[in-house]
Design a protein around this ligand. Structure first.
Ligand SMILES: [Zn+2]
Length: 221
């Protein structure tokens, strides 16, 4: 599959698109929504580091970060995941976009909240103008972790126990909570109901130990 537009965010000057076969190193998909040569990605490290993408980083992979923000048109931002949570943000008034890799570790480090705060401090964004979309990710019924991980992540995110009595945690709900904590209206948060681990057509590290990644692209047009 190529890069397909999604309507989780339905705004005329922004395109959100998913690809199920982005390699963990390369972007060789063709897209009618943007020029692949312009894509800015992150060398993702499970951090809470947020960086600004600008003309100087067009077409590059920015080292050591897990979220990108820009207000430049035709500068697509790419996040790669395989079970982790991709979160995109769009400030419809200031025309600023962000793309976030929020796995268990990044979520615990509050990368979603920190990205919203950087949009506020750097671009003057108001949370009330921000629309958020949470893309396909591993769901709470499938994400089994050991007890130490679960208690470090937060007892309140434990949604049950697996057959082997290991805790199951819901990372996406923690991402949503961080958005709401910064003042993003819950009516403006759209969550994909696709679970990567349960859907063979979507890349899942837990299921396949794959090199394929879900590519989440957002671009201002
Ligand atoms: Zn699931």
């Amino acid at each position: 599959m190529g890069i397909n537009r999604t309507y989780l965010i339905e705004e005329k000057d922004v395109v959100l698109a998913f690809s199920t076969n982005v390699d963990c190193r390369n972007i060789d998909n063709s897209s009618s929504f943007f020029n692949s040569a312009d894509v800015v990605s992150c060398k993702q490290i499970h951090s809470d580091i947020v960086k600004i993408a600008d003309e100087s980083t067009r077409g590059t992979e920015i080292p050591d970060c897990d979220a990108l923000i820009t207000n430049i048109r035709n500068l697509p931002l790419l996040i790669r995941t395989a079970d982790c949570v991709p979160v995109v943000l769009y400030d419809k008034r200031k025309h600023v976009i962000a793309n976030i890799h929020s796995g268990r570790v990044g979520t615990q480090k509050q990368i979603v909240r920190k990205t919203v705060e950087m949009m506020q401090s750097h671009y003057g964004s108001s949370s009330s103008d921000i629309i958020a979309a949470i893309g396909p990710h591993i769901c709470g019924k499938c994400y089994e972790v050991d007890a130490a991980c679960a208690s470090e992540f937060g007892e309140k995110y434990i949604v049950g126990f697996s057959e082997s009595q290991k805790p199951l945690i819901d990372i996406a709900s923690a991402c949503k909570e961080q958005l709401e904590a910064t003042g993003v209206n819950s009516n403006n948060i759209f969550i994909s109901d696709i679970c990567t681990a349960e859907s063979p057509e979507w890349p899942s590290w837990r299921r396949d130990k794959c090199v394929e990644r879900l590519g989440t692209f957002i671009v201002l047009c």
